[in-house]
Design a protein around this ligand. Structure first.
Ligand code: 3PG
Length: 392
């Protein structure tokens, strides 16, 4: 794809699609601003180079045609202004134009998902938006898995279409890890359900040297390898799929290192009493809620020897202290590893914050669904649209 820093933006009207879909509390206060901060380098580049800058994003999943009180980007405009040290004007009705932006100025265009036709990638809407600018920049990696008018259609009609700095960094980091990794390549896929990560597991089983599974996913794999898991969360209907993944890995000399010891309790609660036992001692009423210390040590060793690490999902119920040991030890191993590591997904980001290792992870993706779809090996429509323009 063409990149923003290859383009002369001086005196040009630049339209940036960012992903500023940030979490807010009930009063509308932004509780986590990573995505706004991640959008700054592209905006700053455009401002420093004398462009007139328009930015838009979706926020939430509003009903098209109205901007409800929870839908407005007003709090985002305030935060962005603080980060850019200049006022950021919010433009309410912008699709038809009629507003002015001067070179060196930046405006935020209200929630693009409130425009009728955005989600269906309406061509008329995309053409109108394209007519507002000289250069279209897609910097919304977090929304790259959606083919909407601001992420896809507009890229076909704008005079120039390119990837912003964040989009470029995300594509580079993920491609490096998945398509040209330093080996061994180790993936950690945790979470509660195999079903929600089945495509990722299958796609990674083809590429990685070690596939560490955690949480409910590991339980289904334990079942597949003939272990008893008591009342642990698992999907018995996917045992065959888990078996096939293990067979596929084995056939090419790769492995799925399963837990040898586990932490169990009879309930998932803050008061639950945790027991560390061998995986062969799991009783009929036990629930596996974390990996045990022997397993954590083994996984840490694998991580220490890795060349590249891809991390999505915890290996235990890390929100509760008595079941956080495994995820904590893995986080620490990733932080100390020489490997290039990438991490993404809501739970993973929460674990990174909890164990204070953000500085030590090679690359933290701003994508949730987009990160997962990239791992699945899917072509993300927003990136495909930029590629098509580049090769045309
Ligand atoms: C996200 O938060 O994953 C992105 O902003 C995409 O949001 P969406 O799932 O509502 O399209």
């Amino acid at each position: 794809v063409k990149k923003l820093n290859e383009i002369d933006v001086r005196g040009k009207k630049v339209f940036i699609r960012a992903d500023l879909n940030v979490p807010q509390d009930d009063a509308g206060n932004i509780t986590e601003d990573t995505r706004i901060r991640a959008s700054i380098p592209s905006i700053q580049y455009c401002l420093d180079n004398g462009a007139a800058v328009m930015i838009t994003s979706h926020l939430g999943r509003p009903t098209e045609g109205t901007v409800g009180p929870d839908d407005t980007l007003a709090p985002v405009a305030v935060r962005m202004g603080q980060l850019l040290h200049r006022p950021v004007r919010l433009i309410a009705d912008w699709v038809e134009g009629g507003f002015e932006v001067k070179p060196g100025e930046v405006v935020l265009l209200e929630n693009c998902r409130c425009n009728v036709g955005e989600k269906k990638n309406n061509e008329e809407l995309a053409k109108k938006m394209a007519a507002l600018c000289d250069v279209y920049v897609n910097d919304a990696f977090g929304t790259a898995h959606r083919a909407e008018a601001t992420t896809h259609g507009i890229a076909r009609f704008a005079p120039v279409a390119c990837a912003g700095m964040l989009m470029g960094a995300e594509i580079d980091a993920l491609s490096k890890a998945l398509h040209a990794p330093k080996r061994p390549l180790v993936a950690i896929v945790g979470g509660s359900k195999v079903s929600s990560k089945l495509t990722i597991l299958k796609s990674l089983a083809d590429k990685v040297d070690q596939l560490i599974v955690g949480g409910g996913i590991a339980n289904t794999f334990l079942l597949a390898s003939g272990k008893r898991i008591g009342e642990s969360l698992a999907e018995p209907e996917l045992v065959k799929e888990a078996q096939a993944i293990m067979d596929m890995m084995k056939a090419r000399g790769a492995e799925v290192p399963l837990p040898v010891d586990v932490v169990v309790a009879d309930e998932v609660s803050a008061l639950a009493r945790a027991n560390r036992i061998s995986v062969d001692e799991v009783g009929p009423h036990d629930r596996i809620l974390d990996v045990g210390p022997k397993t954590a040590a083994k996984l840490s060793e694998i991580i220490a020897n890795a060349g590249t690490i891809v991390w999505n999902g915890p290996v235990g119920v890390f929100e509760l202290p008595q079941f956080s040991g495994g995820t904590k030890m893995m986080a620490s191993a990733i932080a100390h590893s020489e490997a290039f590591s990438i991490a993404g997904g809501g739970d993973t980001l929460a674990a990174i914050a909890k164990f204070h290792i953000a500085e030590d992870v090679g690359y933290i993706s701003t994508g949730g669904g987009a990160f997962l779809e990239f791992l699945e090996g899917k072509t993300l429509p927003a990136i495909a649209a930029l590629e098509e323009r580049f090769s045309a």
